[in-house]
Design a protein around this ligand. Structure first.
Ligand code: SF4
Ligand code: SF4
Length: 395
């Protein structure tokens, strides 16, 4: 059986309050969250990303990782890095997995975006401690937007000093983020910061970073509302599974596109079903043009000659040039600079919809928790107190 690329969303609970994501307002009910029995039914994978919500809110995350290790060549957990003790404890048992901690900028910016008390220091301390423990695959993840774009290169340099991976993203709208209104306002400014990063990556001696440069070039292309640089083949050899066992092509759709449910079906039944094929057909015609690592990275592997040729052009054919990359290589960036296209036209090409009510993808039982004005924040706070997890808000 061909190995797949899978993302396991273990929970929709989250203790952060990010400005670009409302998931914390729409938590899943712990009793409904994906069980080990369902995880055992997943197919062999060459890569698995474990994510949330905040995955470390689950007290049985170690059991989940233990199970996933049996079927995956490589595991990376994405976290906001707040629950240091749990993260270190898990890393002790699984030193060969990867951990990516989202840090949204230098201290002030990060804390303003993420809404976690002392969030920057907690995340940074977690990263440092993981390194001290000898963990190799550790890194930062940053979602670039207007308010933190200026911190992009300083954070990259910090990750270099710490000899860590540096993953970037930009704003997206989807049921997963429970958000429909995310948009970049000052595109040239944000693109300029990406351009600086791309040139630093290209100047490095690391082939991995040259390909990261290409990914970031794709992010500039995305924020200008252009067609993806590479086809989106989600649901062909890549899948997402959410806390309810719903298998989906990706996390970028407006509402959930469900291929089947692994709680009630076997993997083969689900993956080969007519419903899964219907979703694949929708993916083929999808016009959202996302550029997130989850969908871009498999495409970069599959169509490797495209990013490879871009790297050859920018790294080697311009080796004598001080500035190897210019954002104006993208026609839309030039057209906007030259007044041939307006901001309104670019905005209209984005997925931002100011009138939309974002779908949250919750089950009926999880939605039920939110009735009578009970908020997601209250539900999660109670949950954390029950688990004796310090959320930093009562200090
Ligand atoms: S982006 Fe991640 S950490 Fe922030 S609210 Fe959403 S799920 Fe939580
Ligand atoms: S472009 Fe691809 S990743 Fe984005 S919503 Fe469509 S199918 Fe999903």
């Amino acid at each position: 059986m061909k190995k797949l690329n899978g993302t396991v969303i273990v929970t929709y609970r989250c203790n952060a309050r990010c400005t670009m994501c409302n998931r914390y307002k729409a938590p899943s009910k712990p009793e409904e969250e994906i069980s080990l029995e369902t995880i055992k039914k997943l197919p062999p994978m060459y890569f698995t990303n474990i994510t949330g919500g905040e995955p470390f809110i689950r007290s049985d995350l170690k059991d989940i990782v233990r199970e996933l290790k049996k079927k995956s060549d490589r595991i990376v957990i994405s976290t906001n890095g707040f629950f240091t003790d749990r993260i270190l404890d898990l890393a002790k048992e699984f030193p060969d997995i990867g951990i990516r901690i989202s840090i949204e900028g230098l201290e002030q910016t990060n804390n303003a975006i993420r809404g976690l008390p002392d969030g920057f220091n907690r995340g940074y301390t977690t990263l440092k401690k993981l390194r001290e423990m000898g963990m190799k695959d550790v890194g930062f993840g940053m979602t670039v937007q207007d308010v933190n774009a200026k911190d992009l290169c300083p954070l990259y340099e910090l990750s270099n000093q710490m000899d860590m991976e540096f993953a970037t993203a930009s704003l997206h709208n989807s049921f997963y983020f429970v958000e429909a209104k995310n948009i970049i306002h000052d595109r040239p400014m944000v693109a300029q910061n990406f351009e600086d990063l791309i040139n630093r990556l290209l100047d490095s001696g690391s082939p991995k970073k040259w390909f990261r440069a290409y990914f970031n070039h794709g992010l500039i292309n995305y924020i200008y509302g252009q067609k993806r640089l590479l086809p989106c083949d989600m649901s062909i050899d890549t899948f997402f599974i959410d806390p309810y066992g719903d298998v989906m092509p990706c996390n970028g759709t407006k509402e959930k596109w469900v291929m089947g449910n692994l709680n009630t079906q076997s993997w083969d039944e689900l993956w080969n079903s007519a419903r899964a094929d219907e979703v694949r057909n929708k993916v083929r015609h999808c016009d959202r043009q996302c550029w997130m690592i989850g969908s871009a990275s498999p495409a970069m592997h599959k169509y490797i000659w495209k990013p490879a040729w871009w790297v050859v052009q920018h790294k080697f054919l311009r080796f004598w040039k001080k500035k190897k990359y210019s954002m104006y290589e993208i026609p839309a960036v030039r057209d906007y600079r030259d007044g041939k296209i307006t901001k309104e036209e670019l905005d209209a090409r984005s997925t931002c919809d100011l009138c939309a009510v974002a779908d949250n993808g919750l089950s009926a039982a999880s939605k039920e928790q939110l009735r009578d004005g009970t908020t997601g924040e209250e539900i999660v706070a109670k949950d954390l107190a029950r688990q004796h997890l310090d959320d930093g808000r009562h200090a």
